[in-house]
Design a protein around this ligand. Structure first.
Ligand SMILES: NC(=O)c1ccc[n+]([C@@H]2O[C@H](COP(=O)([O-])OP(=O)(O)OC[C@H]3O[C@@H](n4cnc5c(N)ncnc54)[C@H](O)[C@@H]3O)[C@@H](O)[C@H]2O)c1
Length: 353
C-alpha cells in the first residue's frame, strides 16, 4: 500500500464547532489530531478525553492545552496546521499565534467580527507568507457549488437579481444570549454566496431594515439592534440587485433551519431550497423532524457531509500545496458588506461601499 503523509493538526476552541472539527480530523485518513486547546480548561480536557477514549495510555495522542502560544511552542515541528473555532470576537487573538508560527490555518467563518479585523488577519498571513482558508462551508455544499459553477460557465447569462434566505427558530438567539450577531452566526454564509453568484460585479450600496418583536431582550442590548429579522438590499456596480433575508424566530421548533437561494439570470433561473433535504420523520406526539443531512449529519459512527469534505480538502490542499477552493478575499468582502448593513440599520439610511 502507498504510504501517504498525514497532516498533523490541532484544534483551537473546544466548544460546539471545535468539537466537530476534532471529531472529523480524528477520523480523516490524511490527518493526525495532535492536540486541542481552549482557554476554558475543562472544555479542552473534556474534548481530549473524548478523542482519546478507548485508547490505552501509551496510545493517547491528543493532548489538551489551555494557551495556543504554549501549544505551538511545545509541539513545534510536530504541528503542521491548526483549525481555529473560537467564538467570533476572538478570531484574531487565536489566529495570530498560528500565523506567526508559520502553520497553515483553517479559520471558521466569519473570518472576523468586522472588516478591519479581517484585514489585519489577511495582512498577517501576507507578512508571514503562511496559508489560510476561511471555513465557508457552503463551498462544500453541492447545491450552492453547482449553481456557482453554472453561473461561472455563463449558463445563467447575466445574473440580474437574487434572493437568499437563512432562518432558524429562536432557540439559536436564546442560546447565544445576544453575544453573537445574526449576520455573523448565520448571514455570512449568504453574503459570501451572493458575492460568488455575482461573479466579478462589486457591491456598491446596501440598505437594511429590521423588525424586533420576539427576541427583544437579546436584541436591544446590542450596539446595533438587528431585531428578529432583517431584509438587506445590496446593489452591485453592474446594476444587479440582491436581497438577503435573515430571520431567527420561527414559532415552530420543527423548522429548525431553513435556507433558500433564488438566482435569476438573463438565460436561467436557479432555486436552492433547504428545509427538508429528503428525510422527514413524523412521530406520534412529536414535532416533525427534518434531519439535517448536508452539513454535519452523523451516521455510521462519524460526522459526515460538507464539513467533513471541507476539512478533507483543507488537509489535502495543505499537504499537496494546491490552492484552497475558498476565496479568502471574498470571505473578507462578505464581512465588509455585513458591516455596511449593520451601519445602515444604525442610521436608517443606505450606505455606500
Ligand atoms: N460553519 C458553520 O456553519 C458554523 C456553525 C457553528 C459555528 N461556527 C463557527 O465556529 C466558531 C465557534 O463557534 P462555537 O459555536 O463552537 O462557539 P462556542 O462558544 O461553543 O465555543 C468557542 C470556544 O472558544 C474558546 N475560546 C475563545 N477564545 C479562545 C482563545 N483565544 N484560545 C482558546 N480558546 C478560546 C471558548 O472558551 C469556547 O470554549 C465561530 O466562529 C462560529 O461562527 C461555524
Amino acid at each position: 500500500m502507498k504510504e501517504t503523509r498525514m497532516l498533523q493538526v490541532a484544534v483551537i476552541g473546544c466548544g460546539y464547532f471545535g468539537t466537530n472539527h476534532a471529531r472529523i480530523y480524528e477520523k480523516l485518513p490524511n490527518a493526525l489530531l495532535m492536540a486541542v486547546c481552549d482557554r476554558n480548561r475543562a472544555m479542552a480536557d473534556e474534548l481530549a478525553a473524548l478523542i482519546n477514549s478507548g485508547r490505552s495510555e501509551e496510545e493517547e495522542r491528543c493532548r489538551a492545552f489551555y494557551d495556543a502560544e504554549e501549544m505551538l511552542r511545545e509541539l513545534g515541528d510536530e504541528l503542521d496546521a491548526c483549525s481555529v473555532a473560537v467564538s467570533e470576537h476572538y478570531h484574531y487573538d487565536a489566529a495570530r499565534p498560528v500565523i506567526e508560527a508559520g502553520k497553515a490555518l483553517l479559520i471558521e467563518k466569519p473570518i472576523a467580527q468586522d472588516g478591519a479585523t479581517a484585514d489585519r488577519i489577511m495582512e498577517l498571513v501576507g507578512k508571514h507568507k503562511t496559508r489560510m482558508m476561511v471555513g465557508q462551508v457552503l463551498k462544500f455544499d453541492p447545491k450552492y457549488q453547482i449553481m456557482a459553477q453554472k453561473i461561472e460557465n455563463g449558463d445563467f447569462g447575466e445574473v440580474t437579481n437574487m434572493y437568499l434566505e437563512r432562518s432558524s427558530t429562536n432557540g439559536v438567539p436564546r442560546r447565544l444570549s445576544g453575544a453573537i450577531s445574526m449576520y455573523h452566526y448565520m448571514g455570512v454564509h449568504d453574503f459570501e454566496a451572493m458575492l460568488t453568484f455575482a461573479g466579478s460585479a462589486r457591491p456598491v450600496k446596501v440598505y437594511a431594515q429590521a423588525v424586533d418583536k420576539v427576541n427583544g431582550a437579546f436584541n436591544r442590548d446590542r450596539a446595533v439592534n438587528e431585531g428578529d429579522a432583517t431584509f438587506n438590499t445590496i446593489t452591485f456596480d453592474n446594476g444587479t440587485i440582491a436581497v438577503i433575508h435573515l430571520f431567527w424566530a420561527h414559532a415552530s421548533e420543527s423548522l429548525g433551519f431553513v435556507a433558500r437561494a433564488h438566482v435569476f439570470g438573463t438565460k436561467a433561473t436557479g432555486y436552492i431550497d433547504i428545509k427538508s433535504p429528503g428525510l422527514e420523520i413524523y412521530e406520534e406526539d412529536r414535532l416533525t423532524e427534518y434531519p439535517e443531512l448536508t452539513y454535519w449529519p452523523e451516521f455510521n459512527g462519524e460526522i459526515q457531509g460538507a464539513l467533513k469534505a471541507e476539512l478533507l480538502h483543507f488537509c489535502e490542499a495543505t499537504l499537496s500545496g494546491k490552492p484552497y477552493i475558498v476565496n479568502n478575499e471574498r470571505a473578507v468582502l462578505a464581512v465588509k458588506v455585513i458591516d455596511a448593513c449593520r451601519e445602515s440599520l444604525k442610521t436608517g439610511m443606505p450606505v455606500m461601499l
